[in-house]
Design a protein around this ligand. Structure first.
Ligand code: SF4
Length: 337
C-alpha cells in the first residue's frame, strides 16, 4: 500500500472512507508531528498557556527515522499541534528532509517567526505544499485580546504573511488563514476579516467555535467562560468519533497518539524509538481506543472525556448563524467574496 496524493487536501479526502464504525486505514493518510511542546504566544483558549513543566523538542534522529518509515506509505506530513513548529531548532532541516523524501508537507503556524532566519524563503524554496496561519477572532482587537498580544505583534504577523505571499513564484505553498470564533465576533466582522486577508492569502476559513471546555475542566480555569463572556456549549449524550481510524500524531517526547487533540498520555499507543509507527498503529491499545470511540464510549479516556466533539457548538447569535446558515464554518476565496 502506498498513497499517491497530489495535494494535502487529497489526504484529508481519503479519511472520509474511515468515518464509519470499525473501519481503519491500513496506515494513516497523514501523520502529524508536534515538534516542540511550547509556543511563543499565551492565548487564553490554548492548553499550552496553562501547562508548566519541561519543554521538549523531538529528537531529530527519531524524526528522521519516523519520516523514513512514513515514506514507505506515502502519507502526507503535517507540522501542527499544541505548539509553534517554527520554534523547533532544526525546523529548516526538518522541512528539507520531508521534501527530500518527496512527501507532501503542511505547516500550521502563528506566522510570528516566519521572518526569522528567512524562514518564509525556506518554505518557498524547499517546496512546502500548504500553510495555515492560525488567527483567533475576526478583528484585530479580538485577535490581540484572545492572544494577549500588542497591536505591534499583530502588524508583524501580517507583514510576515505578506513576505511569504510575495516571495512565491507559483501558488506554492497554498496559504490559508483560519480562525475559530466565539459569540464575541459578529457578522460584519466576518466579511471584513475575509476581505482584508484575501489580499495576501489564497483562502480564509472560519473553522468552528473556540473551545473552552478543556481549559475549564482540565486546567482549572473554572471562570474562563464568564471571564471571556462566552456561553457554555451543550453536552451531547452519544457521539461516535472516527478520528483514531485515520489519524496519528508524534509528540515532542516521542509519544505516538491516535489523535491530534491529546494533551495527556491517556491515548498513548506507542513510542518512537521503541515501536515502529506501524506497530503502534496496529497495537492492541490502538484497536481498543477505536472500539471505544467508534461506539461513543468517550468517557473512558481523559482526552476524549473533555473533547469538543462531545458538545454542540454554542449559540452564536442571529447575525453569525444567518451568515453561516446555522453552522460556524465558512470558506472565503478571491472568487466568492
Ligand atoms: S473523542 Fe476527541 S480526543 Fe478522543 S479520539 Fe476523538 S477527537 Fe480525539
Amino acid at each position: 500500500m502506498k498513497y499517491n496524493f497530489k495535494t494535502v487536501q487529497d489526504a484529508y479526502s481519503e479519511t472520509r472512507k474511515y468515518c464509519v464504525d470499525d473501519a481503519k486505514a491500513q496506515f494513516p493518510p497523514y501523520v502529524t508531528f508536534e515538534l516542540v511542546n511550547k509556543c511563543n504566544f499565551k492565548c487564553v483558549m490554548c492548553p499550552v498557556t496553562y501547562t508548566e513543566g519541561s519543554r521538549k523538542e523531538l529528537d531529530f534522529e527519531l524524526f528522521k527515522k519516523a519520516i523514513d518509515e512514513i515514506s514507505q506509505y506515502g502519507s502526507a506530513i503535517r507540522f501542527i499541534g499544541y505548539d509553534e513548529p517554527l520554534l523547533y531548532p532544526q525546523i529548516k532541516e526538518a522541512i528539507k528532509y520531508v521534501k527530500e523524501k518527496k512527501l507532501l508537507l503542511h505547516i500550521t503556524t502563528n506566522a510570528s517567526l516566519l521572518n526569522n532566519n528567512n524562514l518564509y524563503k525556506t518554505f518557498v524554496e524547499e517546496g512546502v505544499d500548504s500553510v495555515i496561519i492560525s488567527m483567533q477572532g475576526l478583528s484585530k482587537e479580538e485577535y490581540c485580546s484572545m492572544r494577549q498580544l500588542s497591536d505591534k505583534t499583530y502588524s508583524e504577523v501580517i507583514s510576515n504573511i505578506k513576505k511569504l505571499y510575495d516571495y512565491r513564484v507559483t501558488n506554492k505553498p497554498y496559504i490559508k488563514i483560519t480562525s475559530t470564533i466565539t459569540q464575541r465576533d459578529s457578522h460584519s466582522d466576518a466579511k471584513e476579516f475575509a476581505k482584508i486577508h484575501l489580499d495576501y492569502v489564497d483562502e480564509v476559513q472560519i473553522t468552528g467555535w473556540t473551545h473552552f471546555v478543556a481549559i475549564k475542566e482540565q486546567y482549572g480555569q473554572e471562570n474562563i467562560m464568564n471571564e471571556m463572556q462566552v456561553k457554555a456549549p451543550t453536552f451531547k449524550a452519544h457521539t461516535p468519533c472516527y478520528v483514531p481510524n485515520y489519524e496519528m500524531i508524534i509528540k515532542s517526547d516521542g509519544n505516538i497518539m491516535p489523535c491530534c487533540n491529546t494533551t495527556t498520555s491517556s491515548l498513548l499507543i506507542g513510542k518512537t524509538g521503541e515501536n515502529s509507527l506501524m506497530e503502534a498503529w496496529d497495537s492492541k491499545k490502538a484497536l481498543s481506543i477505536r472500539k471505544d470511540t467508534n461506539s461513543s464510549d468517550l468517557s473512558k479516556h481523559e482526552d476524549c472525556n473533555h473533547c469538543q466533539i462531545r458538545y454542540e457548538e454554542p449559540e452564536h447569535g442571529h447575525n453569525i448563524s444567518g451568515l453561516f446558515e446555522g453552522k460556524v464554518f465558512k470558506t472565503f476565496t478571491k472568487h466568492n467574496i
